[in-house]
Design a protein around this ligand. Structure first.
Ligand SMILES: Cc1cc2nc3c(=O)[nH]c(=O)nc-3n(C[C@H](O)[C@H](O)[C@H](O)COP(=O)(O)O)c2cc1C
Length: 204
């Protein structure tokens, strides 16, 4: 699978500025658009004592699963990045170069709109940012998120899921566009079913 993605990605890179190719996905989960405790994702935190927030973007559930385990492992709150315009299955079809996700990934200036800007980033010291790899990078909406808040002084741990690719340059790229000077941990790829044990040392 990893070899297949490497091959597909190479084709994508070669053709990015001329034409392109590309995956299939699923529908966007709309729960937890505010920072919420890991144990109760549907309720907004009223009085938050945790200083760690797990932020995630996920279309087909893999990264959401990883984010939920990370939140449990780190005793963190959780916040979902929700697009203003949800991604349809067709938007995520990487076999069609004209579909939304692939078009956005080819354009490093693309900034899909967020449904809300309610993440209470100021309340946290440590932030996990969890995303799927789309054409070797984080989805552009993660760029939108990281440019929409001030991350000065935060410690950020980027983690991802993929169909086989490694984290590659995705975390370094996110670091380069994030607003505010943060302390970044190295990016890491995990299986969606990674254990709490594997995730609890993200900030060590
Ligand atoms: C538009 C798009 C592009 C993708 N590009 C890659 C890629 O370059 N390498 C890879 O290994 N997987 C790629 N994938 C697969 C996803 O990274 C993988 O299925 C991920 O776990 C999906 O996370 P989610 O379920 O949280 O949305 C891509 C998926 C989509 C929809």
């Amino acid at each position: 699978m990893r070899k297949l993605w490497t091959l597909l990605l190479s084709v994508f890179m070669i053709t990015t500025f001329t034409a392109c190719g590309g995956p299939t996905g699923a529908s966007t989960d709309k729960k937890a658009s505010t920072s919420t405790p890991a144990s109760s994702e549907s309720k907004q935190t009223a009085s938050n004592t945790s200083k760690t927030l797990v932020v995630y973007f996920s279309c087909s559930g893999n990264t959401k699963k990883l984010a939920q385990t990370a939140a449990t492992a780190l005793n963190a709150d959780i916040y979902e990045i929700v697009p203003k315009k949800p991604y349809t299955d067709n938007d995520l079809n990487y076999n069609d170069e004209s579909t939304r996700a692939t078009v956005e990934q080819k354009d490093d200036k693309a900034r899909p709109a967020l449904k809300d800007k309610n993440a209470n980033i100021a309340a946290y010291d440590k932030i996990v940012i969890a995303y799927p790899i789309w054409w070797g990078q984080a989805p552009r909406i993660v760029d939108t998120f990281l440019e929409s808040y001030d991350f000065s002084g935060k410690t950020i741990a980027p983690i991802c899921t993929s169909g086989g690719s490694d984290v590659g340059s995705s975390a370094d790229y996110l670091k380069s566009i994030t607003r505010g000077s943060a302390n970044w941990k190295p990016g890491k790829k995990f299986s969606p079913s990674a254990s709490a044990q594997e995730l609890k040392s993200l900030f060590d």
